[in-house]
Design a protein around this ligand. Structure first.
Ligand code: SF4
Length: 922
């Protein structure tokens, strides 16, 4: 397919002077599954500068704000630089030899005593394919247990299960270029604007070029993605299957079914339609179930029925559900019924959350999969892999999926776990159960780049890993594109590559087969396995679309030079082409009869409905500028400037009903746990639901780990947890005072009842709230800052009756720290105060402002940051919109630059224009 040239290089890329810049290294962003190409350089002072790679076919030179800020995340603060081992005196530094011997010896002893299923690996979509391949080979082919699961279980295992049920193989039959020729894009459960920003920008550019193309968003929340949508269906959480069953039924009644395709290439049509028709034949009933307007529902159904080039893209809102696999199949059913698959601009499209969730799937990183898209529960598949590996054992049944694995650890049936590149104490549901499990586990090995995480606190052996910029290998994006992650920084301290550590442990456990000279040799073995017995003609063949055999035989230099390439790549000839031919274009699916399967999807409600005790539905997800548990993005001041704290988003009327107020703190509680965060209303919540971001944890806040609240119910097919539907209650978190501190030196949050730590450019910021009244805030502030310099200036303001206190600590005319306290949550602008830390000499007008609690210079307070790239705040934007009569994001960009670099904030700017114009008109 020809790529429509509508997505171009960025308006702005940062660069360093050539005299100080090192050679540019082309690599790949380590965050989301879009898989953007990055060009990285290191200046002589060690500063890392990144820009989008114009040659990379995922992003053509653009990066979102997270990718743009990568240079701020590679510092060594907090890094784990040496192996550590637990002793009676806590974790102590040890040699690699000791740590490896402890890990290998411990695993060996437990296997010998209790059998192979008594040990487990819990790994990550952050791993490179080569790390993943070795981990999977060790567990399944040598230990002989399938107890290896991955945090990808938490984000896309429902998509995997749905693909396998429908196609016979875990196939994503859409490429990004398809989005640019589609006439209708349906985004289901996907805040693409925030979670896959560059993909969203490709959609936005397409719509600028072809305004006739339609965009429908199906999401209980009115997210930033909705700002671009023609139609938003705010369905009740968990009703997706009803919606798509109704669509299948409507397609039949409206004559949109491609009967020739259904007859020739599918099986199971009648059963699937019968299941859909039970409720789906009555659109009014579907509208009631989904709690949406009937006319809007029928508009969507008509649009889908009438548009040949339709892509239904879905993400965590579909997958993270106790009916996630059925949701995926309900979507795929509609594409099979209309024959809209394997054709340009059409198909069901799973957008993966993590940078290498797809690579992990290719090498069998899930507990129920084998490498190379083969199945653990089929004897001929197991034989193929074991023969290829010449391995001494082979797991004969699926292993424990993530949630079950940590229950087995708590129950004592799994006695050793090796956790690599993930933080389950934060990210798993019922996360306090994970704490209990790790606390009782006989041997906990943790490989991580950071010394202190919520999970590393439980490690018996802590192994330092390489981070982004240091490690070397491949990742696969959402569109099946394999790209290189290349090292451009030296390994810090004694940190080692995960594949290398896995191989060392395997060898010490007495296994051969792990003698790899480098990632290129692992990649070679992986791609040869995808091609092994994958020829259609061979009697022993097991046909799989996944075939990378054309990339085999590369030495280290060729591997290093590998350009981004989409699979399948069955022959060397194909390897010369960056884009694979459309998958499933031949309409031959990976079942023995070559036919796709319709899957009946009778709808079912979430296992735990809301009730009087827990009347609200908790939904969780990402925010625009943070990633996972913040071990990397939490270091970036740029990324912290957009959303600095965890929050509970709630409809204003629900807030009123439950006695919580915007800006104040609230506690939400489920049957599994509780957390505390600030209340806000801006997220477009429907009545009866709340939203909390997944990122904050014990390293960044006192009590903001939402995983502790999430119910541990999983999808019965995929094992994916239900992160989008937990019954909760909410109550006010009463405090006597609110406050915050900005300080160049580290400060401790004592005696706060609630705190959040935020990284600023020149300071650390603490948001605080306390229950005990501070009798002497002046003395408290001096002790807090360790202020002993007798020459220092103190600016103090205290309104004792009002309970307000403001202070600044100034040394040699430079502000060192400031603190603001009030009984109410409204406090001075943090964005304005942050600018004072850029000054070497504090201006007199700003000294007055510090005492007054507000900026005294017009325009000095930009307000909460909207555009992180250019530091443009809400107040500045609003003033420009009013004063300049601005009506489009493009005009705002021309005026203030905001939105003109990475573009991640454009939906928020669009929303602000709309809100401001309504205000002005009123
Ligand atoms: Fe990285 Fe952003 Fe691209 Fe995702 S969209 S890969 S986070 S630059």
């Amino acid at each position: 397919m020809n790529v429509v040239p509508i997505f171009s290089a960025p308006v702005l890329t940062k660069s360093v002077p050539t005299s100080t810049a090192s050679a540019v290294t082309s690599t790949t962003c380590p965050y989301c599954g879009v898989g953007c190409g990055v060009q990285a350089s290191v200046a002589s002072d060690g500063t890392v500068t990144v820009a989008g790679d114009p040659a990379h076919p995922s992003n053509f030179g653009r990066l979102c704000v997270k990718g743009s800020a990568l240079g701020e995340t590679v510092g060594l603060e907090g890094r784990l630089l040496h192996p550590m081992q637990r002793t009676d005196d806590g974790l102590q530094r040890v040699s690699w030899d000791t740590a490896l011997e402890t890990a290998a010896g411990g695993l060996r002893r437990i296997i010998d005593t209790h059998g192979p299923d008594a040990v487990a690996l819990y790994v990550s979509g952050q791993l490179l394919t080569e790390d993943y391949y070795v981990a999977n080979k060790l567990m399944k082919g040598y230990v002989g247990s399938a107890n290896i699961d991955t945090n990808s279980r938490l984000c896309m295992s429902s998509a995997v299960a749905g693909h396998k049920r429908a196609f016979g193989e875990d196939l994503v039959p859409v490429s990004y270029a398809d989005l640019e020729v589609a006439d209708l894009i349906v985004l289901v459960g996907s805040n693409t604007a925030w979670c896959h920003p560059i993909l969203f920008q490709r959609i936005a550019k397409m719509r600028e070029a072809r305004p006739s193309a339609r965009l429908v968003v199906i999401d209980p929340r009115r997210t930033a993605t909705c700002e671009l949508a023609d139609v938003h269906l705010p369905i009740k959480a968990g009703t997706d299957v009803w919606l798509f069953n109704g669509l299948l039924s409507y397609l039949t009644r409206s004559g949109a079914v491609d009967t020739a395709f259904v007859d020739a290439h599918t099986a199971g049509w009648k059963d699937a339609l019968a299941a859909a028709d039970v409720d789906g034949s009555d659109p009014a009933k579907i509208a009631r179930m989904c709690e949406i307007d009937l006319d809007v529902l029928l508009d969507f159904y008509r649009m889908f029925a009438d548009t040949d080039r339709t892509i239904t893209a879905f993400s965590q809102g579909v997958n993270q559900s106790s009916a996630g696999t059925d949701k995926v199949n309900a979507i795929i059913n509609c594409h099979l019924a209309t024959g809209r698959i394997g054709r340009p601009g059409a198909g069901p499209f799973s957008i993966t959350g993590q940078p290498n969730a797809m690579g992990g799937r290719e090498v069998g990183g899930l507990a129920n999969m084998l490498a190379a898209h083969l199945d653990l529960d089929k004897a001929d598949h197991r034989d193929l892999v074991q023969t290829f590996w010449s391995s001494p054992a082979m797991a004969s049944r699926p292993g424990l999926k993530a949630v079950d694995l940590f229950h087995a650890i708590e129950a004592g049936t799994v006695k050793a776990v090796w956790i690599i590149a993930t933080n389950p104490v934060v990210s798993l549901p019922d996360a306090d159960q994970v704490k209990r499990a790790l606390a009782t586990c006989e041997l906990v090995i943790v490989s991580d780049i950071m010394a202190e995480t919520d999970t590393s606190a439980f490690a018996d052996v802590l192994l330092p890993a390489l981070g982004w910029g240091e490690k070397d290998g491949t990742v696969t994006s959402s569109e099946r594109r394999v790209s290189r992650q290349r090292a451009f920084l030296p390994a810090p301290g004694e940190a080692r590559a995960d594949w290398q550590v896995l191989c060392d442990v395997a060898t010490r456990m007495g296994y051969d087969g792990f003698d790899f000279a480098g990632p290129h040799e692992i990649f070679d073995e992986h791609v040869r396995l995808t091609g092994y017995r994958n020829e259609v003609e061979s009697p022993q063949a097991i046909r799989r679309v996944l075939n990378l055999n054309g990339l085999s035989g590369m030495g280290a230099a060729q591997f290093d030079a590998l350009a981004p390439v989409q699979w399948p790549v069955p022959t060397a000839r194909d390897a010369g082409s960056a884009d694979a031919p459309p998958v499933l274009a031949d309409h031959v699916f990976s079942f023995p009869d070559g036919r796709a399967r319709f899957v009946p999807t009778p709808p079912r409600a979430p296992q735990h409905p809301v009730d009087d005790a827990y009347p609200l539905t908790l939904n969780t997800g990402r925010v625009r500028d943070q990633w996972h548990t913040m071990t990397r993005t939490g270091k970036s001041a740029t990324l912290a400037s957009h959303i600095a704290e965890a929050f509970i988003d709630i409809h204003p009327q629900d807030a009123l009903r439950y006695g919580v107020r915007e800006g104040g703190l609230a506690r939400i509680e489920s049957r599994w746990g509780a957390m505390v965060a600030r209340v806000q209303h801006g997220g477009g919540m429907t009545r009866g639901s709340v939203f909390v971001p997944i990122h904050w944890n014990d390293q960044f806040a006192s009590d903001a780990r939402i995983g502790a609240v999430v119910n541990p119910v999983v999808d019965p097919v995929s094992g994916e947890p239900e992160f989008k539907h937990t019954p909760v209650r909410i109550e006010d978190f009463p405090v006597a005072w609110y406050g915050f501190v900005l300080s160049r030196a580290a400060v401790a949050p004592d005696p706060a009842a609630h705190w959040t730590r935020i990284q600023g450019k020149q300071f650390t910021r603490l948001e605080l709230a306390g229950r005990a009244v501070l009798e002497d805030p002046r003395a408290w502030a001096r002790a807090l800052f360790g202020a002993t310099d007798p020459e220092a200036d103190w600016l103090d303001y205290r309104d004792q009756a009002g309970g307000v206190y403001r202070a600044a600590y100034v040394v040699d005319d430079r502000i060192e720290a400031c603190v603001f306290l009030s009984p109410r949550p409204s406090l001075p602008s943090r964005a304005w105060l942050a600018t004072l830390f850029d000054q070497d000499v504090l201006a007199d007008i700003d000294r007055i402002g510090l005492l007054a609690g507000q900026a005294m210079t017009p325009g000095a307070d930009v307000g909460p940051i909207v555009c992180s790239c250019f530091g443009v705040g809400r107040t500045t934007l609003r003033n420009a919109i009013v004063d300049g009569g601005l009506t489009t994001p493009a005009q705002v960009t021309a005026c203030l630059k905001a939105g003109g670099n990475c573009g991640s904030c454009v939906p928020e700017i669009k929303k602000l224009i709309h809100e401001t114009r309504i205000e002005v008109a009123a």
